[in-house]
Design a binder for this molecule. Structure first.
Ligand code: VG1
Ligand code: CO
Length: 544
């Protein structure tokens, strides 16, 4: 029992604590300013009601500043009246595992410390986000209330107590609050065993199926090692970079073709494994590369939706399929063919929560390498890999054959995202304003073979709670079904990042090279928005 007193500390507001696409993200030195973390955490608690004596899940992706922030958050939770903090050992919880823990433990909510795919370390990025009792990211109504509170906060409450040992599983106390340190993997693994046919996947591996999973020195390492190499019998060494490091070994833990180039090259090389996969900093993204084929996240969503019934957890079929607006329409084609409802939401997982809670959708996905289902309320990197493995073991075909078959059935949505990272915010804002100003003039205009059918600034009406979210990205839609979408990132921490999403559908020409298939649209994407004029860039920094 720790003797402890509650201290009330006077503070003044910070003007920049507005949560973005996925919580508050800033550089570590910014978070380390006196009171910065405390102000935000207290604002979260002040925006919530009715948690006296309740449970709070706390965990993070293990990046630099994770442990310190967990101690602060626990002491503040105790001082604010929570009854129990459930914390992953070592402060570790992947984002989907945290979501699951909130749900299985019936917790009031959770605090997840992560900047996801952004780099870590003393000068890297850090982040804090709040998840509600359904296990999902707080909806906009809550993040708006948190932000409002950050602007008027005048004090916070914290327990004056020594740090808790985060490395020993078991219970201790912080004042009146119980601190329960749990194995971060156990509950998550139990859930995966319910959803997927582990014995069948074990047979696949026993038959010589080879896989490389790059955990990118981030949070998924312990999960992937326990499940793939442990429970499923994949060869030792299947998981690479499997130890979470505070600076991710100096890399961006972003599973795309730039930062996970190693496994891409492996998958395209002479001795390629059957499957290469990777996950991001906090374990909610996935990258899928079969031998000789990179599966775009939008195609992966569509293929998983088309085949999910092969996994025991989804044998009853899907209730609906949801995708974020910039994600390609490949999943819509699957929904249409199967007579399922398709939903199009703004970017960010928080918009899927209501659809999942209401039983309107079973599978959701984003073009940014995020796929998930109603098993939790976050996207889930390892889950997507396991669903692929389950499908591969059921169909006994290669990833390449499954994708070729998919395109023959549904047609192919050629797709690319061009990111112009860390451009000056002024130029980026002017570019978006310029696009918005042109919207009414675009319909009917032709650019080469492309004629604009409609153009708008996407807004979403939530069918469950009736809330509206406007200005979610500029869409230019063409007569032939092609699209160009523009939006500014809401997760970056330096300058602005312009994302341009380019898509074109082909019914029968299924083997084009993506850059070639999208050539005219790519040129037009630059011209329409005046990208060079506004940003000084002639080429994107990352193409995915
Ligand atoms: C990006 C992605 C978005 C994703 C978000 C959080 O947001 O585009 O699809 O939901 O990151 O993912 P933005 O606003 O930068 O485009 V993660 O893995 O950071 O939790
Ligand atoms: Co992430």
């Amino acid at each position: 029992m720790t003797a402890a007193t509650i201290t009330t500390v006077a503070t003044t507001p910070f003007a920049d604590q507005k949560p973005g696409t996925s919580g508050l993200r800033k550089k570590v030195p910014h978070f380390r300013q006196p009171h910065y973390v405390e102000n935000f955490v207290q604002s979260i608690f002040d925006a919530l009601d009715g948690f006296a004596g309740a449970d709070l899940v706390i965990g993070g992706d293990g990046r630099f500043f994770n442990r310190e922030t967990i101690q602060t958050a626990m002491k503040m939770a105790a001082a604010n009246g929570f009854g129990r903090a459930i914390v992953g050992r070592g402060g570790i919880l992947s984002t989907p595992a945290a979501s699951n823990l909130i749900r299985v433990r019936g917790a009031f909510g959770g605090i997840i410390l992560s900047a996801s795919h952004n780099p870590g370390g003393p000068d890297g990025d850090f982040g804090i986000k709040y998840n509600a009792s359904n296990g999902g990211p707080a909806p906009e109504k809550t993040t708006d209330a948190i932000f409002a509170r950050t602007k008027s906060i005048s004090d916070y409450r914290i327990l004056d107590a020594p740090d808790v040992d985060l490395d020993a599983v078991g219970e201790t106390r912080l004042g009146d609050m119980v601190v329960e340190v749990v194995d971060p993997v156990a509950e998550y693994q139990a859930l995966m065993e319910k959803l997927f046919d582990f014995p069948r996947i074990r047979v696949l591996f026993a038959g010589g199926f080879r896989m490389t999973f790059d955990a990118m020195s981030a949070v998924t390492g312990p999960y992937a090692t326990a499940i793939l190499e442990g429970a499923l019998g994949a060869a030792p060494g299947t998981v690479i970079n499997g130890t979470p490091l505070p600076d991710f070994g100096g890399h961006h833990p972003d599973p795309n073709l730039v930062h996970a180039k190693f496994i891409y090259d492996l998958a395209m090389g002479p001795d390629a494994p059957d499957l290469c996969a990777a996950s991001d900093g906090d374990g909610d993204r996935n990258l899928i590369i079969g031998r000789g084929i990179f599966v775009t996240p939008s195609d992966s969503l569509a293929a998983l939706a088309a085949n999910a019934h092969l996994a025991p957890g989804y044998a009853a079929g899907l209730k609906g399929i949801a995708r974020s607006m910039p994600t390609s329409a490949a999943a819509d084609r699957v929904a249409e063919a199967k007579g399922l409802k398709a939903y199009e939401t703004p970017t960010g997982w928080k918009f899927f929560g209501n659809l999942l809670d209401a039983g309107l959708a079973t599978i959701c996905g984003e073009e940014s390498a995020g796929t998930g289902s109603d098993h939790v309320r976050e996207k889930d990197g390892l889950w997507a890999v396991l669903l692929w493995l389950d499908i591969l073991s059921a169909r006994k075909q290669s990833v390449l054959d499954i994708m070729r078959d998919h395109w023959r059935t549904y047609g192919r949505n050629y797709y690319a995202r061009h990111d112009y990272e860390e451009v000056a915010a002024e130029g980026a804002n002017a570019l978006m304003a310029g696009l918005r100003g042109q919207l009414s003039t675009l319909p009917g205009r032709s650019f080469g073979a492309l004629t604009v059918k409609s153009a708008d600034d996407f807004s979403y009406h939530d069918p469950v709670d009736g809330s509206d979210s406007a200005h979610q990205g500029v869409r230019v839609l063409f007569e032939d079904g092609s699209r160009i979408v523009y939006r500014l990132s809401g997760t970056g921490t330096a300058g602005a990042t312009l994302r341009v999403y380019i898509e074109r559908y082909e019914g029968d020409r299924l083997d084009l090279e993506t850059g070639e298939a999208l050539k005219d649209l790519i040129a037009l994407s630059r011209e329409l928005a005046g990208i060079e004029r506004h940003t000084g860039r002639t080429e994107p920094s990352v193409i995915t």
